[in-house]
Design a protein around this ligand. Structure first.
Ligand code: HEM
Length: 413
């Protein structure tokens, strides 16, 4: 069956997608997705397509239709409602059942409210000094080196450190944690996303027992209190599903915001100089980076709960639909192109989604983007690509967009 989180792995045993449908990921597409999307927008607002890991369905590429699809009450997250799977099989088979991102109202409303109560925009503000400390610590290690791969040493480390602190994951478990999260997302063709999710949840179950014995101030303990004190409001399954969602949604996404932003600045040093000269531009620049390269290039799958008309096409009950946020951010005028202008201050985008599933972590992601980028620009003033001729390698499969390595050099200090 289709994994409603990654939108991949449709029928894992029979994953031979119909040939003939256009492919929406893979190294060739992902290395060139802005141009590919521009071409697709010219021919139709949505297309039937396939992904390497077996997902076949509709892909919305037009900005206005993207909003309509994201708001459509009959494009649902729960495959049970779309008649694709029985409730028993879903609960057993999909390791990500029990989180808000794969739920519809009323479950979605209940789960989101519980997490939103513990995870407010104010908690992002409170975390800012800690985010700064983490950036400073990482850059203390990087600055004397004179060269590094910024993805390995910085953009992948910062968000995992932040989300781990938020949840209360001890430092010694973070590397494993990150590995499972990568695996669960299937950023490379052929990864076993189910195994990654199973391991992630297995570890969270351990953490659950630990935090029950010794509660701390972190978010996971707060959610456990909700679970244990308000009987019946949050099941253990939902607690684990929510924890796993926060790890994946709160980490890979921000890694790619930072990575794509730094890649763009390294390719266009005049833009980096503007930010160094006026760090006040950074909040607006973060929106511009989000607009230019949507870290979540495709939303996780939705399903038609009944036959639905969308963009002149008939989507049959049960058919999956994904929204290409990476396409929907462009093509809208004015200034909807793929060029970078950190001074514009009016960048609009759908990178955090739209409607009831709008990203709960947007304030935190913005804080990490702003502090993470400002700290690198300040501490490494003559940062440049180690080999400007080398094309940037991009994540080659799945929902995410971001560079997989960014070798740079700078004067050691
Ligand atoms: C640049 C970073 C981020 C981007 C681009 C991003 C993007 C998104 C998008 C597009 C959705 C909606 C998906 C859909 O409609 O199917 C979403 C939902 C969500 N995000 Fe984020 N996200 C980011 C960072 C974070 C962070 C840091 C957290 C938490 C620590 C987080 C937590 C969530 C949660 C819990 C949801 C589910 C909301 C719901 O279903 O109601 N995200 N995010």
């Amino acid at each position: 069956m289709t994994d409603p989180v990654t939108g991949q792995g449709a029928d894992r045993e029979h994953a031979a997608p119909p040939e003939g449908l256009p492919l929406f990921d893979g190294p060739d597409f992902k290395a060139d997705s802005p141009a590919r999307f521009a071409e697709l927008r010219r021919t139709a607002p949505l297309h039937r397509g396939r992904f390497i890991d077996g997902f076949t369905g509709w892909v919305v590429v037009d900005p206005a239709l993207a909003r309509e699809a994201l708001n459509h009450p009959m494009l649902v997250k729960d495959p049970v409602r779309a008649g694709l799977v029985s409730a028993e099989d879903y609960a057993r088979d999909v390791l990500f059942a029990g989180n808000m991102l794969t739920a519809d109202p009323p479950d979605h409303t209940r789960l989101r409210k519980l997490v939103a109560g513990a995870f407010t925009p104010r908690s992002a503000v409170r975390l800012r000094p800690r985010i700064q400390e983490i950036c400073d610590g990482l850059l203390d290690g990087i600055a004397p080196l004179g060269e590094t791969d910024l993805v390995r040493s910085y953009t992948r480390v910062l968000p995992m450190a932040v989300i781990s602190e938020l949840l209360g994951v001890p430092e010694e478990r973070r590397a494993e944690f990150q590995h499972w999260s990568d695996q669960a997302l299937g950023n490379e063709p052929g990864t076993d996303t189910y195994e990654g999710m199973a391991r992630l949840r297995g570890y969270l179950a351990e953490l659950l027992e630990e935090k029950r014995r010794e509660p701390d101030e972190a978010l996971f303990s707060a959610l456990i209190r909700v679970r244990d004190e308000d009987d019946g409001r949050l099941s253990d399954e939902e607690l684990l599903g929510t924890g796993a969602l926060l790890v994946i949604a709160g980490h890979e996404t921000t890694v790619n915001l930072l990575g794509s932003a730094l890649e763009a600045l390294l390719r266009d040093p005049a833009q980096a100089d503007l930010l160094r000269a006026d760090p006040g531009l950074l909040p607006g620049a973060v929106e511009e980076f989000l607009r230019r390269d949507a870290p979540v290039e495709y939303t996780p799958g939705r399903f038609a709960a009944e036959d639905v008309r969308l963009g002149g096409e008939l989507i049959r009950k049960g058919e999956p639909v994904t929204i290409a946020l990476g396409s929907a951010n462009h093509g809208a005028s004015p200034g909807g192109g793929t060029g970078l202008d950190v001074t514009r201050g009016d960048a609009r985008h759908l990178s955090f989604g739209h409607g009831i599933h709008y990203c709960l972590g947007a304030p935190l992601a913005r804080a990490e983007g702003e502090i993470g980028l400002r700290s690198v620009l300040e501490r490494l003033p003559d940062l440049e690509l180690a080999d400007p001729e080398r094309p940037t390698p991009w994540i080659s499969a799945g929902l995410m967009r971001g560079p997989t390595s960014l070798p740079v050099r700078f004067t050691p200090r």
